[in-house]
Design a protein around this ligand. Structure first.
Ligand SMILES: CC(C)(COP(=O)(O)OP(=O)(O)OC[C@H]1O[C@@H](n2cnc3c(N)ncnc32)[C@H](O)[C@@H]1OP(=O)(O)O)[C@@H](O)C(=O)NCCC(=O)NCCS
Length: 153
């Protein structure tokens, strides 16, 4: 398994991986290729987008780091990063999220971001525990969401 930057050719496989998460009840946002391209692959707000690929070329995970503009719907302060993580349901708890975060943290430090926010559904125990394990702590809550923050500077 390797972690590498996302390319346009990953759009379809990422869409399939997100579809599997949706089918497992772990995702409600869109999964279609147009959404994936616009949000995770060719989004001008992206600071980094990394995939985890197994030895057969299958995409097992995706982590994105965005620098949202001033009108961010998740109230990420300007200049702060916004992180999102997705690991295929049949590949969870194998350390993929941890390895993705090592690469993303490097990109965040290279971009001199002062902090990262992760916006998680309040009932998503896996996501909350994962971000806690990566060093994030609760910053704010509301409307069924919990935002966890990691201060970098
Ligand atoms: C949350 C998610 C990204 C975790 O990815 P992962 O590859 O399974 O995480 P890892 O195996 O690297 O785990 C890293 C650490 O996070 C914690 N962790 C992750 N999943 C956990 C779980 N289900 N239960 C308890 N702890 C968990 C553990 O501390 C773990 O370290 P350990 O295995 O040494 O105990 C993955 O389950 C996922 O994609 N879920 C659906 C989408 C989602 O919820 N995204 C995040 C919030 S928006």
């Amino acid at each position: 398994m390797k972690i590498r930057p996302t390319t346009k050719a990953d759009t379809g496989p990422i869409s399939a991986m997100l579809g599997a998460l949706r089918d497992a009840g772990k995702r409600i946002r869109p999964c279609d290729p147009d959404f994936v391209r616009a949000t995770y692959v060719s989004n001008p707000e992206l600071v980094a987008s990394q995939v985890a690929e197994d030895d057969t070329g299958r995409i097992l995970g995706l982590q994105v780091l965005l620098l949202p503009g001033p009108d961010d719907p998740f109230d990420v302060p300007e200049g702060y990063g916004n992180i999102g993580t997705h690991v295929a349901p049949d590949a969870a708890r194998q350390g993929i999220g941890r390895r993705l975060f090592a690469a993303t943290l490097q990109a965040a430090r290279a971009a001199a971001l002062p902090a990262l926010d992760a916006n998680i559904a309040a009932d998503n125990d896996d996501g909350l525990t994962y971000y806690e394990a990566m060093g994030f702590r609760t910053d704010r809550t509301g409307e069924g969401r919990i935002v966890k923050r990691l201060i970098l500077s």
